[in-house]
Design a protein around this ligand. Sequence first.
Ligand code: ZN
Length: 196
Amino acid sequence: MGLDNSDVNILNILQGNGRLSYRQISEKVKVSVPTVSSKVGNLERIGVIRGYHAELDPERLGELSAMVSIKARPAELSSVAAHFKDDEQVRQMFFLSSGRLMLICTFVEAHMINDFAAKVGAIPEVLEYDIANVISVAKELDRAVIAPGLNLVFQCMQCGKDIRDEPLKVRDGGRNIYLCSAECINATRSRMARPG
Ligand SMILES: [Zn+2]
């Protein structure tokens, strides 16, 4: 499913400034306020818009960042990642096609980097790792690039899998629920049928 021009424009505007009102957005995009409201609601529900927050500058807070690249056996990469799931210092974590895990970390105090390196080194499944402090930030943008002709990759609202083909839909109170398979449709229908 593609995004139309107004969707793309709305995303562009909101990524630049998440505090604009629907009215201000509607004036910029030249669509009605209810259209903006329903489009934003949809983009939120589908998960394209994950949230709204202030963009803080860690350097102005005296914090230090580091990039950590971790190598493990492919079968053990997920269990290595699980060690960092609840770690506040790990701000972003990516599974890479090279079979590595890339962590972007921020530390409140410099000495914590050593403690973190020790933690990584102590995980038995870690075959090797590389940790490097960020000396200065040359460029930092949000990861989503807003461009015309973007296609949505739905996430199954039952099992959470990415849906690369056209999603299956179930209506729920005037809204679409996007699903990946007949199995997830059945699970959703029986969930909807349960009271409460
Ligand atoms: Zn599913």
